[in-house]
Design a protein around this ligand. Structure first.
Ligand SMILES: [Zn+2]
Ligand SMILES: [Zn+2]
Length: 418
């Protein structure tokens, strides 16, 4: 029925909001699975049990929400207190089930959910403390960073830099210590959460880098951003950034953690400058995102959905002009080389196309032989992600340059001289 009818029904005394059908499904589970956001909210307002676990295969409302791929409903369930570590009858969590069916946005939401109350706990003095560990005014800006799904170090430093409350030593000192405490709690609580612990630890490490840059140097955080973006002479690869991320992962204080071991196994054999980067391995582990192939990420800050290309080389992409300007000091050294590569690729693509027309068909398999598939060996959620992975693998085989149609031109790089 409609939300209104249901509301009237629920208002009458003899309707049980947590009644079960023959499969052990509650009305909330049905509404979640069918993607009915308003109905979910109504049921929760009337006391629906978000953690009801009577389903015949052990599914919870959060699992149904994640399977349906509805991000808002997934969020509503989490806010209502849905437990994320409950497993179904075959031992899978909601996030793992969502990954299995390719609902990666829901995986990201579940893995990065962190209720504000958990942070606000530190804004009140505990035990014998005279002062809270976290000044209340810092809780908002810190929560924004904790819940970010973009773990790019440049983005984190940008978020710190844009908030005057955060961008100073004392504040950052308090913040990173609170992050370390949350990390410890995640590892020591009964339902251990290694993913969240790693995320907290990583952000704490970036904060500590900010502190060391704030201590010396003129432009401070801008200097840190520059160091993170500076590319090596041979190919422009940002070596310092890669090293910072690798070092942060290695410094994770719980060496027995499965996640740490997986990350180190994925990263250690990779030569610096090759794929996968530490950033992509870490991002995949923490957010569950595997969509590196068909989504565009900003070269500067890693933000998803970037669409402005460098109009000279057309090989790098940015959120906006600010990100382009920030990167220009590093990019201008390789822009010309990238332009040559781009033109060569265009030429080859055109040649291939005419050959294809001559032969009448394109041998797709021969194109795949030398294609690199950076995501294939990352390991973390590889098994659960199979269906989507293979689909993307095929997409990757399209002739190079095919993804460039309809790109938006960004203004040419700032012509500053140094
Ligand atoms: Zn950007
Ligand atoms: Zn360029």
């Amino acid at each position: 029925g409609t939300v209104q009818e249901a509301g009237t029904l629920l208002a009458s005394k003899n309707v049980r909001v947590n009644c079960l059908d023959e499969n052990g499904m509650t009305p909330l589970m049905h509404a979640a699975y069918k993607g009915k956001l308003d109905m979910c909210k109504l049921l929760l307002r009337h006391g629906a049990d978000v953690n009801c676990h009577q389903h015949e295969h052990g599914y919870t409302a959060l699992m149904f929400a994640a399977l349906s791929g509805n991000k808002d409903i997934t969020w509503v369930m989490l806010e209502a207190g849905a437990e994320t570590d409950v497993v179904n009858s075959v031992g899978r969590t909601a996030a793992q089930m969502a990954a299995f069916v390719g609902q990666h946005d829901c995986v990201t939401i579940i893995n990065n959910f962190f209720p504000r109350e958990r942070l606000d706990y530190y804004t009140k003095p505990q035990g014998l403390d005279k002062e809270p560990k976290l000044p209340p005014k810092l809780a908002g800006p810190l929560h924004k960073i904790i819940t970010t799904t973009n773990l790019h170090p440049v983005k984190i430093v940008m978020l710190v830099n844009e908030n005057p409350l955060l961008a100073e030593e004392t504040a950052l000192n308090k913040c990173y210590k609170v992050m370390d405490l949350i990390c410890e709690k995640c590892m020591k609580q009964r339902d251990m959460n290694e993913v969240l612990a790693m995320k907290m630890h990583y952000i704490s490490c970036i904060f500590q880098k900010c502190i060391s840059f704030l201590k010396d140097g003129e432009n401070k955080l801008d200097a840190l951003i520059k160091s993170l973006l500076k590319g090596r002479a041979s190919d422009g690869f940002p070596v310092y950034q890669e090293k910072i991320i690798r070092e942060s992962i290695r410094k994770f204080p719980y060496c027995e953690a499965t996640l740490l071991q997986q990350l180190v196994r994925s990263i250690a054999p990779v030569e610096i400058g090759s794929d996968p980067t530490a950033f992509s391995v870490l991002t995949q582990a923490i957010t569950g995102q595997v969509g590196f192939v068909d989504v565009e990420f900003c070269t500067t800050c890693g933000e998803k959905g970037a669409s402005k290309r460098c109009s000279v080389c057309k090989m790098v992409i940015y959120c906006d002009q600010t990100c382009q300007k920030t990167h220009w000091f590093a990019h201008k050294k390789i822009c010309k080389d990238l332009k040559d590569i781009y033109e060569k690729q265009q030429l080859e693509a055109a040649k291939e196309k005419s050959e294809e027309e001559n032969n009448g068909k394109l041998d797709v398999n021969s194109n795949c032989v030398h294609e690199e598939q950076p995501e294939a060996d990352v390991g973390i959620s590889q098994e659960t992600c199979q269906p989507k992975e293979s689909a993307e693998g095929e997409k990757e085989c399209s002739p190079s340059g095919a993804g460039l149609e309809g790109f938006q031109e960004a203004p040419a790089g700032p012509q500053e001289s140094e």
